[in-house]
Design a protein around this ligand. Structure first.
Ligand code: PLP
Length: 427
């Protein structure tokens, strides 16, 4: 009696579907090492130091990342969170303002809104893409709404066509949190270039990484100038270093900023990584396409439905919805654990929706509570978001590193789902 002996699944010690290792992430390259060494020897480890003859990596990366995205301007930052903060500040968003944020996202999307003293208004997601529901966003608009902060999550994109339409109708600017979507294409144009501003993260797990890092991109010159000051203590670039001290960042003081500068070492890593991005995105997208197709045929594991405008996705995390009745009705954590054991590869549930997340507790920090009425607005406890809650209960996620493997490696993932459903009572 297999069900009693529990002897078929790897999670109980049986032989797994696969023992072969998966590609790891991040991937260093000789170019990356050269770039980093170059900085170490240059005498210039930060943009806020005196000029040296060698060109600044940070400015070079900004130039190349703007060109990659087909936009005019890029301002690198220390991380993706500070990119979001200066994007909001560049639009002059502050106390009393509301910003619409999807409830399923990394916490930084909402915490950045808190950090500029504005109020995140959480809304539910779309069941197909797991990104911001445009209908829910429309319903959440009030006279205080100052931005819609859409997130391109996992390996999909929020419905850009509908969001731009909503933005045009209401006059409310769109900001794209593209921290998971570098290089994704929507009708031929890259994620992060549709809104007034696009924000990126280069933290280690992301598809383009410097270990830590971030950037904001825009086509608007005035916004670009504000972004520069906001991330470098009110200073901007000048082309000629100042005689006095050789500084290339000089006081401007149009808008008060803070220090969110990307270090030269991180910029160097990014310069070493950027040349691989496009080829890696292609490979992951092709593998995801293939896996979608095979899983759809299996039936009880549903890939995301791709929106019509999404021409080439960026696979940051691959997510599928499982029909848990085919897996013994076990909680998704148990299914993930059993899958991981079969494949020697990490599987995990989606992040919890923010109103259920231990990471999103605005009332636990007094800096966000500057007025009594605000406590009520910031308490996520009573809120309910059925689509996001269902996505979290049934979603199984896998990091993009596995999608740098081959097509036949994808078959192992399918075999593991099939094996689990065969021995569902053991999960
Ligand atoms: C990673 C991430 C961020 C924040 O980036 P950090 O570099 O970790 O500060 C913001 N939004 C989303 C959707 C992310 O995935």
């Amino acid at each position: 009696m297999a069900a009693i002996c529990k002897r078929n699944l790897a999670v109980h010690g049986a032989p797994p579907v696969r023992r072969k290792a998966w590609p790891s992430w991040p991937i260093s390259t000789p170019e990356t090492e050269q770039e980093v060494l170059g900085v170490l020897r240059s005498g210039r480890w930060t943009i806020s130091g005196p000029a040296v003859p060698a060109p600044l990596r940070e400015r070079e990366f900004a130039r190349r990342f703007a060109a990659y995205n087909g936009v005019r301007f890029c301002v690198p930052t220390a991380n993706g969170s500070s990119a979001l903060i200066i994007a909001l500040e560049a639009l002059d968003i502050g106390p009393g303002d509301e910003v619409i944020v999807p409830v399923l996202t990394w916490v930084a999307t909402a915490s950045s809104v808190l950090r500029v003293n504005a109020t995140p208004v959480l809304v539910d997601i779309d069941a197909d893409t797991l990104c911001l529901s445009v209908n829910a966003a429309r319903a959440a608009v009030t006279e205080r709404t100052r931005a819609i902060l859409a997130v391109h999550l996992h390996h999909s994109m929020a419905d850009i066509d509908a969001l731009l339409q909503l933005s045009r109708e209401t006059g409310i600017p769109l900001i794209e949190d593209a921290a998971q979507a570098h290089g994704a294409l929507w009708r031929g144009q890259r994620a992060g270039t549709f809104g007034r501003l696009g924000a990126f993260s280069f933290q280690q797990s992301k598809v383009l990484t410097g270990g830590e890092g971030g950037a904001v991109i825009t086509n608007d010159e005035h916004t670009y100038e504000r972004l520069q000051e906001l991330r470098a203590d009110s200073r901007r670039w000048v082309d000629q270093p100042r005689d006095l001290d050789g500084m290339q960042l000089v006081a401007s003081g149009q808008i008060m900023g803070a220090n969110y500068c990307l270090s030269e070492l991180h910029a160097a890593i990014l310069l070493g990584q950027l040349p691989q991005l496009e080829e890696q995105l292609e490979r992951r997208a092709a593998n995801a396409e293939y896996l979608d197709r095979v899983l759809k045929a299996v039936g009880y594991v549903q890939p995301l439905r791709q929106p019509a405008g999404l021409q080439r996705r960026a696979v940051y995390e691959y997510v599928v919805r499982v029909d848990r009745t085919k897996f013994g009705d076990r909680p998704v954590e148990r299914i993930c654990k059993a899958l991981a054991a079969e494949l020697q590869l990490s599987f995990y549930p989606t992040d919890p929706p923010l109103h259920r997340s231990a990471l999103y507790r605005p009332l636990s920090n007094r800096r966000f509570l500057f007025s009594p009425e605000r406590a009520g607005q910031l308490d996520p406890g009573p809120l309910r978001f059925p689509v996001a809650e269902a996505a979290h209960a049934n979603g199984v996620v896998c990091h993009h590193a596995a999608f740098l493997a081959t097509q036949s490696d994808m078959d192992d993932i399918v075999a593991a789902f099939e094996k689990l459903s065969r021995y569902a009572d053991e999960i």
